[in-house]
Design a protein around this ligand. Structure first.
Ligand code: PLP
Length: 399
């Protein structure tokens, strides 16, 4: 395993001869794409789908070109459409909500829990209207939304649930892999993720019917085993390439060892950082038995650090060689949602954001947390104990 280091911290991605050979083999094979419906046998894409489904303990996995279209495909295949409302965590990457808009539905933002930093399930019921059709819990940093509680609400109101697991490869809540609680779970294999092919995505599910619909939507409306020019329903092309799948197959083999190390180191760092007065690390949701640890958000109290703001805080750490960065601005605060210049023909007036409704006062927890939180990249958890101790000492030195 080659651990290329910059500023003495591991550089991501990590690759070796096996990954290089896998790519060369695809080039030499002449099969560079995921082929026609009748010709999938032996393809890397098809094999990766099986291997990833097995790893995630799901019946099916459908590989696609990225995580954003994975969300869109799941929502479309679950029959979401014009004007439907979808409740989504406010603290996430833009894609969790922009993918909702791509289906002509309307995102409704839900504030977060102040310690776990994921969707506060106790606030979901208040956001449900007669137009609500779905919920997207986002397992930020691999930390679980309380899925048992959320699934009860979904069942009471007859809502579908698509888990955004872009950060949650390998995470478990109450023993069950995240992505298996809802109707579908989506994953991203974008360059910074803990399992990566540069770009890529997948949707997991257990339903035969949903898996067929997902296949069809993401491959031009085709059906498995039928003629390539038969298009049975509306579909698009979100296929994954053979290159992506080949590298994901070799990376998946390395994942368990990296995942175990990230978990061990994250727990160590969490304990050490929480001992510092004025630092609070994202708390794993009680019941989270395993965590993906993609990013590691933590909150600081500015008055315990000489009144500095968060940009000053992470820039100081960067200057001292500690990789730290800003985290996602809350969705309600983003211009693309705030100014309501999204899709024509949609009525956004009922949404809990937009114009005056985008005011932070309606999202008090996330607004406060965002103003004083920063994050470490996941590869920091592949570093040695000595380097993790350096991280702790450097943060203490900012006081
Ligand atoms: C929470 C979350 N959801 C969805 C996505 C979208 O994934 P992709 O970049 O593969 O389209 C990301 C990507 O960073 C993400 O962080």
């Amino acid at each position: 395993m080659s651990l290329k280091s910059k500023k003495n911290f591991p550089k991501w991605p990590i690759y070796d001869e096996e990954d290089i050979n896998a790519l060369v083999n695809v080039i030499k094979s002449g099969n560079w794409w995921c082929g026609f419906p009748g010709a999938h046998e032996g393809e890397n894409v098809w094999l990766f789908q099986e291997e990833f489904a097995k790893f995630q303990e799901a019946k099916y996995s459908i590989a696609v070109s990225n995580g954003t279209v994975a969300i869109e495909s799941a929502l479309i295949s679950l029959d979401l459409g014009l004007g439907d409302e979808v409740i989504v965590s406010d603290y996430t990457f833009v894609a969790s909500a922009s993918a909702i808009i791509a289906t002509n539905a309307i995102p409704i933002f839900c504030d977060i829990h102040p310690q776990t930093l994921v969707m506060n399930v106790d606030k979901v019921e208040n956001l449900i209207t007669e137009r609500t059709k779905a919920i997207i819990p986002v397992h930020l940093g691999g930390n679980a939304v309380e899925m048992d509680k959320l699934m009860k609400i979904a069942s009471n109101y007859n809502l579908v649930v698509v888990e955004d697991c872009a950060h949650a490869h390998g995470s478990r809540y109450k023993g069950k892999r995240l992505g298996n609680w809802g109707d579908a779970g989506i994953f991203s294999f974008q360059a910074s993720k803990v399992l990566t092919s540069g770009e890529g995505g997948a949707i997991i599910c257990d339903s035969d019917e949903l898996a067929d619909k997902l296949y069809s939507y993401t491959d031009c409306g085709r059906k498995k085993g039928t003629h390539a020019y038969k298009h049975f329903s509306y579909g698009t092309n979100y296929r994954m390439t053979e290159y992506q799948a080949a590298i994901l197959r070799t990376q998946l083999k390395k994942f368990p060892e990296q995942h175990a190390l990230r978990n061990k180191n994250a727990k160590y760092l969490m304990e050490k950082l929480n001992e510092i007065d004025g630092i609070n690390v994202m708390m794993p949701t009680p019941g989270t038995s395993e965590m993906g640890w993609y990013v590691f958000p933590f909150v600081f109290e500015p008055d315990k650090f000489g009144g500095i703001n968060k940009v000053q805080f992470y820039k100081k750490l960067n200057r001292k060689g500690i990789p730290t960065c800003d985290n996602y601005p809350p969705l309600h605060s983003l211009d693309c949602f705030k100014n309501i210049v999204l899709k024509k023909g949609l009525n956004y007036s009922n949404a809990n954001w937009g114009k005056e409704k985008s005011n932070d006062k309606y999202f008090p927890i996330v607004a406060d947390i965002y103003s004083r939180s920063v994050e470490f990249p996941q590869e920091l958890f592949l570093a040695s104990r000595e380097k993790l101790d350096r991280v702790v000492e450097t943060i203490k030195s900012l006081k």
